[in-house]
Ligand binder design. Structure first.
Ligand SMILES: CC(C)(COP(=O)(O)OP(=O)(O)OC[C@H]1O[C@@H](n2cnc3c(N)ncnc32)[C@H](O)[C@@H]1OP(=O)(O)O)[C@@H](O)C(=O)NCCC(=O)NCCS
Length: 174
């Protein structure tokens, strides 16, 4: 990610990724409450503590401004492959378009692409976004995700209830 003079957009600032731990889980919950209209359950936050590199917080000048949370899902009929579902990925509005969302997503993609030392490989990464969420659609397309399906009434509780399922295939059918 570069600006017109070819320098990273956040070069003048300290940007870093952090693990999610019991000590900063409260910060993650506050972030997600601001960023998403969905209320996530206690079991969601319990699971986040167990996904290792697939859940991260991002700091901008030591302030926690965004986060990503994924979960691994089994692939029916396979013991060698899993899918990775991106449940939440967001950056607080004042800190957008600085490359922070990309830093979170690139971390997830890089780790999903690593050959695992043990256990299943990640075959596919996927997520859902409301059909009117143009910024997220542009963001994920820029990172190589494609629209796989339109899911009607996926979010029945919202006025815009339809969603797109976006996916990025890492391992083609073997
Ligand atoms: C989607 C989101 C995570 C992007 O975060 P971000 O830090 O602003 O993203 P980046 O700065 O890394 O943007 C990377 C690219 O995505 C695209 N993009 C991001 N925001 C965009 C927007 N508002 N309009 C058009 N394209 C956009 C651009 O191609 C951008 O590259 P550029 O700035 O060089 O043009 C952020 O808008 C967000 O938190 N939205 C609310 C939560 C959400 O909807 N999450 C997605 C569902 S999980």
């Amino acid at each position: 990610m570069t600006t017109e003079d070819n320098k990273p957009k956040t070069a003048a600032f300290r940007v870093g990724l952090g693990d999610i731990t019991p000590n900063n889980l409260g910060q993650l919950k506050r972030l997600n409450t601001v960023l998403f209209p969905v209320v996530y359950t206690a079991s969601f936050y319990k699971d986040v503590l167990d996904v290792g590199e697939f859940a991260k917080i991002i700091y901008f000048n030591d302030v926690c401004v965004g986060a990503v949370c994924c979960r691994k899902e089994n692939v029916a009929g396979s013991t060698s492959l899993q899918n990775l579902y991106i449940a939440t990925l967001g950056v607080l509005a004042p800190y957008r378009r600085l490359g922070l969302g990309s830093k979170l997503l690139e971390h997830i993609i890089e780790n999903a692409e690593l050959p695992p030392s043990t256990g299943p490989k990640i075959a596919k990464m996927y997520l859902h976004v409301q059909t009117d969420n143009e910024e997220a659609l542009e963001f994920y397309k820029k990172h190589g995700f494609n629209v796989a399906e339109k899911c009607e009434n996926y979010y029945p509780q919202f006025e815009v209830s339809d969603a797109f399922r976006l996916e990025k295939v890492l391992v083609k059918d073997e």
